[in-house]
Design a protein around this ligand. Structure first.
Ligand code: NZQ
Ligand code: ZN
Length: 391
């Protein structure tokens, strides 16, 4: 194992009814002004809004609503939220939603207390910011990104056509409430794309050095098998609590930094998808479903041993009588079949891109950098090839 320092400052509360059980006490630890942040309104349709509002009112809080956070949250939305938090001098931001709401709120928590140009100093330059963000609490309503238990946030600057993210420990939420029952109402396509997103976080950590025996890879194999098994069960019965609860915790586990310990990590697939998302606003998990298999075909020879191990340990292929290259290919093709089986798009056209958008591919490719953690260094030409092959 390589050296590491580990800390995770988010306290997670998991399980049925955890919001009514724990939120009242958690709220008592903060001042009276709470910014309640949410997305496009699903929480009003599902009753989560009423439940939380009731708890906030009983706790005597002054509630300021910050709503309309869109999927793939924009930098403009971050600035809007930061202005609101500043104006009302909020004591706590309560983010109720999925990755988009959680990420936007993390960015808001920082922007609200920073006097300089937060885009330049934090998102573009990736510098350290010497301020303490506004305290953040999370009630997660859909799983997949793992944002609930890390400092990661992904923001789209529409003007610059840049979708970028970073994990900044100070942005970890103080607490995260994870009730798998809340995820029952998530549309099936989102449930599947979220679970697949978490699966890619596992793969992007697993397919990277070091490859000698290490705890991260072994845990990852167990988690990948768990996602495959439980996603199949959740597709068959969306109200299978065992399946939904396993999907929630698996997606948290892979992004709470534990699995990254001692691993370099790749995330080239995410670099490609974020570039695509900046230009097309596509669904994150669906974009990954299109791009990851194509990318893996490009690197399977370079990472043959690991792809072969993936085929055997995750998908149950027998290694007998096969060359290393054949075994590696079994792993990649098993992934391709799984994407088809769960009904995610396999081409950029299926993802919704139209003929007239084909011209965008060189522009999208040009904004991608090569990941230092990849088994193979991709140059600009090969990155463009990946987008073309994904068409
Ligand atoms: O906006 P509302 O109306 O709430 O509807 C949402 C949204 O349309 C809906 N939804 C959420 N909970 C629901 C529900 N509908 C019914 N019932 C519920 N209980 O689901 C839709 C998608 O929500 P969103 O938050 O956009 O999805 P997700 O959690 O997949 O987040 C995607 C964002 O996270 C970023 C992605 O790039 C994308 O911007 N990521 C964040 C990461 C991180 N912070 O570490 C890592 C990831 O790799 C990823 O890049
Ligand atoms: Zn992701």
């Amino acid at each position: 194992m390589e050296n590491f320092v580990f800390e995770n400052s988010t306290k997670a509360y998991f399980g049925k009814k955890c919001v009514s059980q724990y939120l009242p006490d958690l709220l008592s630890q903060y001042g009276s002004r709470v910014v309640l942040a949410y997305g496009g309104g699903s929480i009003k349709r599902t009753g989560i809004y009423d439940e939380i509002m009731d708890i906030l009112k009983k706790a005597g809080k002054d509630v300021i609503e910050f709503s309309g956070i869109m999927a793939n949250p924009t930098y403009d939305k971050v600035l809007e939220g930061a202005a609101q938090v500043r104006q009302h001098q909020a004591d706590l931001i309560l983010a109720v939603g999925g990755g988009s709401v959680m990420d936007c709120c993390k960015a808001v928590a920082l922007a609200a207390v920073y006097d300089g140009d937060i885009w330049q100093d934090f998102w573009a330059k990736r510098g350290r910011i010497d301020v303490t963000p506004v305290p953040l609490g999370i009630v997660m309503t859909t799983s997949g990104t793992g944002s609930e238990m890390n400092g990661g946030a992904v923001i789209t600057n529409e003007a610059l056509k840049i979708k970028t993210g970073r994990d900044y420990p100070q942005l970890n939420a103080r607490f995260a409430l994870l009730d798998p029952l809340y995820t029952y109402t998530v549309p099936k396509k989102q449930m599947i794309s979220g679970a697949f997103d978490s699966f890619t976080h596992m793969m992007e950590t697993y397919f990277s050095t070091p490859d000698e025996d290490n705890v991260s890879d072994s845990l990852n194999e167990a988690l990948m098998k768990s996602v495959v098994r439980n996603l199949r069960k959740a597709i068959a019965d969306p109200e299978d609590y065992e399946a939904r609860s396993n999907l929630v915790w698996a997606s948290t586990m892979v992004e709470n930094r534990i699995l990254k310990l001692g691993k370099q990590g790749d995330f080239q697939g995410h670099i490609l998808e974020h570039a695509l998302g900046a230009f097309t606003d596509c669904n994150h998990g669906c974009g990954l479903a299109v791009l990851l298999p194509v990318y893996y075909r490009h690197i399977e020879a370079a990472g043959a041993k690991k792809f072969a191990r993936f085929a055997t340990e995750v998908w149950g292929f027998s290694p007998e009588g096969k060359t290393l290259a054949e075994r590696a290919n079994d792993g990649v093709e098993a992934l391709v079949s799984f994407v088809k089986e769960i009904g995610l798009p396999t081409t950029l056209r299926e993802l919704g891109m139209t003929e007239d958008q084909k011209d965008l591919l060189p522009k999208i490719a040009a904004t991608c950098v090569a990941s230092p953690g990849s088994y193979k260094h991709l140059d600009g030409e090969e990155i463009l090839d990946i987008f073309k092959e994904a068409w």
